[in-house]
Design a protein around this ligand. Sequence first.
Ligand SMILES: [Zn+2]
Length: 252
Amino acid sequence: MPRFLTLAFAALLLSACAHQQAPRNPLATWVPSSNHDARRPVLVVLHYTEQDSVQRSLDTLRTANSGGRVSSHYLIGQDGTRYQLVSDLDRAWHAGAGSWGAVSDVNSASIGIELDNNGRVPFAEPLVESLLVLLGDLKTRWRIPAENFIAHSDLAPRRKVDPGVHFPWKRLAEHGYGVWPRDDTPPAPPGFDVVQALRTVGYPVDDLDATARAFRLRFRALPDGPLDAEDHRILYALVQGWTIPVQAEPAR
Ligand SMILES: [Zn+2]
């Protein structure tokens, strides 16, 4: 084999190995410890595909399409069929620019789930039931807290609206995925700091108009702001932990 081919082959082998095994830093002496496990995802981000067929979405999520390469860990069809495209341990390209709480590289910290829905119709019942099963598995295996199941629109309010107005967030919260305010909570007190509350919940607050839209989309299925007293009540309940399933008693 010519020398340049041998080198190319060796480089190929090395890159294949690098993918199998985390690269070691040549700046330090490797003294391995067995006291470790895989890093854990801490967020689950829900999306709709905005497409009309699972096959088309599978193509989009697995090829270099014209809008740029995208992927997700999972895709769920309307009949409830679950597809996995990327290992939970690897970084899929589903979130893009955005942030949630202290997490600024959401792709590195999250699992992305695409749902076969075009954004204009209710989510199919078999899809929702299948999603609940998957969320239960992810929550248990990766110990993801209820409040860390979020919408793509939550982390990228300026760019995204999915999974949109038809997504059943209250139903998910009743099963322990995502937060939802109790119905019987009091109004927010005078002087309630809305911006701080949005930040506490996790929202980016660099564009308040966009964040207000995302918040209303998620909690009231309304596309537009500005935030009113009902939004303030919901936000107050969220920051107080007055969410379903019942987690604390509101002070009257
Ligand atoms: Zn999305």
